[in-house]
Design a protein around this ligand. Structure first.
Ligand SMILES: [Zn+2]
Length: 170
């Protein structure tokens, strides 16, 4: 397994719309395993392939504290099941150090393929519902900062650009 490089906002590659996976083969399973290792090392609770500059529709999530509940979603499709909205503080490995409140539907159904290529569906609520929506957004080139005001998003962008310049000169 390998730890992959995570793209950071405002990298334009994060705006790429990912393509569906055509075959869940060993190459995709290797990607899934590398994404888990990358996410656990970061550490984070969700990662989309877009964030590691692979533009295919693959998501990994693990909300447990001991890495015991790995979830794989290949070609995920979301269906919103409720009008009720949840406000939650969101962060993102591609927007390190920033946490902001985002409002999203509280319950969604996701249909996807698993690591074995078999289709499955599950109903997600609470943190998992937020997380799966956040990761699906990545596959569509969207980031949680897009839900914020222009002022807030620009402030985050400027701070991260400054940080990236400092890292490049270090
Ligand atoms: Zn994210």
């Amino acid at each position: 397994m390998a730890i992959l490089n995570i793209l950071e906002f405002p990298d334009p590659r994060l705006r790429t719309i990912a393509k569906p996976v055509t075959v869940v083969d060993d190459r995709i399973r290797q990607l899934v395993d590398d994404m888990f290792e990358t996410m656990y090392a970061a550490p984070g609770i969700g990662l989309a392939a877009t964030q590691v500059n692979v533009h295919e529709r693959v998501i990994v999530i693990d909300l447990s504290e001991d890495h015991s509940e790995p979830l794989v979603f290949i070609n995920p499709e979301l269906e919103v099941l409720t009008d009720e909205l949840d406000e939650m503080q969101e962060g993102c490995l591609s927007v390190p150090g920033f946490y902001e409140t985002v409002t999203r539907p509280d319950r969604v159904r996701v249909k996807a393929l698993g690591r074995d290529g078999e289709p499955f569906e599950m109903v997600c609520e609470g943190l998992l519902a937020v997380c799966i929506q956040h990761e699906c957004d990545h596959l569509n080139g969207k980031l949680f900062v897009d839900y914020l005001s222009n002022l807030k998003r620009d402030r985050i962008r400027k701070k991260l650009e400054k940080l990236h310049r400092a890292q490049a000169n270090a």
